[in-house]
Ligand binder design. Sequence first.
Ligand code: DGL
Length: 282
Amino acid sequence: MKPVLIKDWLFYFIMDNRPIGIFDSGVGGLTVANAIRQILPGENLIYFGDTSHLPYGDKSPETIQHYSAGITKFLLEQDCKIIVIACNSASANAFETVKGMTGNKAPVLNVIDPVVEYVTKYNEYKHIGVIGTKSTINSNTYADKIHCKDKGYIVSSMATTLFVPMIEEGFIYDDISNAIIRTYLSRHELNGINCLILGCTHYPIIKNQINKFYNFEIDIIDSSKIVANALRELLDKNNLLSGKNESVEHKFFVSDITPAFKIISKMFFEEDVDLKLQNIWD
Ligand code: DGL
């Protein structure tokens, strides 16, 4: 953290313009990165999408921990001041691994804790639905964390395994996506829920259709803005906010690159993204 002398030497502002490190198994975490740049426009971002190992959703916890450790090492080498695990599968299975590596060099934020805080804050939801990848749902992390707050919540979790490949294949507002969404969400596992957590950073892309399925009658909890707000609080608490930053720079790295990633990354980040190939395992 450097004190910087501003204008006429009257004021010192504490600012830390080191980048925020964000990672996901692929481009889904760009939904979180997008919310972060909107809520924290002065922050520099370094995004890593592990596209060569995508999807994490069907990997074992050990494999997800191994990949997350490699990415964390890379982000720390880039001098990131904080690490955001913008992937539910990695948040559920590798949070302790990442924290163990960063120690007191950089705080770590996962995407699950801020959502659990949010849904349990006002005690207004009694029956909470959670959808995500197999590795997130099998970890039971959402239900465990929600029950740590209050055992009275009913939590119904369901893996919606086809959602990620469906989104990555571009099936979003069509008959195929509508059929897949309707088939999963009609299952008895989710009967009676009064809110639904989108426990995968890909899912905000299909939030509208999920809302339509429920006729906008239940709250659909999308983690991106919740996580970006939690990040702002965490940066503030640790005196890590960037302050005034007139040369904001975002860098995007992926471990494998295809034209498809380039196209869908725009959909997740809502503007052109210059993806750079970075192999961190060789
Ligand atoms: N975006 C990842 C998540 O939030 C899912 C994609 C994958 O399976 O790798 O879990």
